[in-house]
Design a protein around this ligand. Structure first.
Ligand code: NAD
Length: 338
């Protein structure tokens, strides 16, 4: 059984910890915490040992009566790989300590590709991370784009992609971020960083992206225009999406016409935290005009990258070298529909 540590037990870290725990070929040894908040208390209740990322703050944990197992260096001694889920820009600073301790490291989309050197998406380039030491799982938006662009590319080839992303202003638990009452071009320059980020895993794809922030916390929403290389029908595209793991076709006509209703659907599925790991594509939005495919999709930013982190662990630790098998195993253990 391979051993995993989580550095940074926040939005992404706590979900990756649970997803790893659900697997049968890897286990969590411990998670790091800086603050003895409700997440630290809940981590202990879930059976995760806590290690101090800032050992000088141990007295805060003592005062809060939250048991601590050791320091982050103690955690490094016990694991094969650390999944770094600290806020963007901090992960790269931790890389040196991983190298010194001789542990592998996975980083998140908030880190720059160039600083880590290799980016990962389960569907686009799994094999390039097999046996690697340091890999970055691309961001939630990039994961969403790759999940649906990769099968289209395999179906009929892609000449050019243009995509406009309507991004959530903040995660539901973030009280200090906005916008509250505004639409913000973010970035205000074109292209946004998302297109180049897709190219770090879908090499050579011709893609240009624009993005805006809106006052919602639930999901991102993407609008895609894809020039196809060869002729296909909408039925071919529907058939492809129906067969693609981690992609769900949803019907606006069946009450799933908004991100709010899709999140309600995820809660009804009984998903932990109401997560939707799959990318939801609105069936009604699919259209082909002059060999250009149009569609709209919704991305649950807090959870879509979580199964990808599990697959990245498997690739880097060479637990599995076949992407389809890893994706299927991760999905089965996480109760992902397909
Ligand atoms: P978060 O703020 O929810 O969680 C970060 C955690 O790291 C917190 O528990 C914080 O206390 C802890 N932390 C802060 N500094 C630390 C340090 N020096 N050492 C150890 N722990 C530290 O952040 P998040 O949303 O989970 O984002 C983590 C990474 O995942 C970022 O790179 C982000 O860009 C990426 N990401 C976030 C989302 C999202 O929508 N939230 C989606 C995909 C990827």
């Amino acid at each position: 059984m391979k051993t995993v540590g989580i550095n940074g037990y926040g939005t992404i870290g706590k979900r990756v910890a649970d997803a790893v725990t659900a697997q049968d070929d890897m286990k969590i040894v411990g998670v790091t915490k800086r603050t003895p908040n409700f997440e630290a208390k809940r981590a202990v209740e879930l059976g995760y040992d806590i290690y101090m990322s800032s050992p000088d703050r141990e007295n805060l944990f003592e005062e809060a009566d939250i048991p601590v197992k050791g320091t982050i260096d103690d955690l490094y001694d016990k694991v094969d790989i650390v999944v770094d889920c600290t806020p963007g820009g901090i992960g790269v600073k931790n890389m040196e300590s991983y190298k010194k301790a001789g542990v592998k490291g996975i980083f998140q989309g908030g880190e720059k590709h160039g600083k880590i050197g290799k980016s990962f998406n389960s569907f686009a380039n799994f094999n390039d991370s097999v046996g690697e030491d340091y890999v970055r799982v691309v961001s939630c938006n990039t994961t969403g784009l790759c999940r649906t662009l990769n099968p289209i590319k395999e179906l009929c080839g892609i000449k050019k992609v243009r995509a406009v992303m309507v991004r959530r202003g903040a995660d539901p638990g973030q009280v200090n971020k906005g916008p509250i009452n505004s639409i913000v071009p973010n970035p205000p320059t074109v292209p946004s960083h998302h297109g180049p980020d897709v190219q770090t895993v879908m090499y050579g794809l011709n893609i240009t992206t624009m993005a805006i922030l809106v006052p919602t916390t639930l999901m991102h929403q993407h609008n895609l225009m894809v020039e196809l290389e060869s002729d296909v029908t909408i039925d071919d595209v529907i058939d492809t999406f129906e067969k693609t793991p981690r992609v769900l076709l949803v019907d606006a006509s069946r009450g799933l016409g908004s991100t709010a209703e899709i999140m309600e659907f995820a809660k009804d599925l009984g998903r932990p935290r109401g997560d939707l790991f799959e990318i939801a594509v609105w069936r009604e939005s699919l259209n082909i005009v002059n060999n250009e495919l149009y569609y709209m999709q919704a991305v649950h930013q807090e959870s879509d990258v979580v199964p990808e982190n599990v697959d990245a662990i498997r690739a880097m630790l060479e637990l599995e070298t076949n992407p389809e098998k890893s994706i299927a195993r991760t999905n089965k253990n996480m109760d992902i529909i397909k």
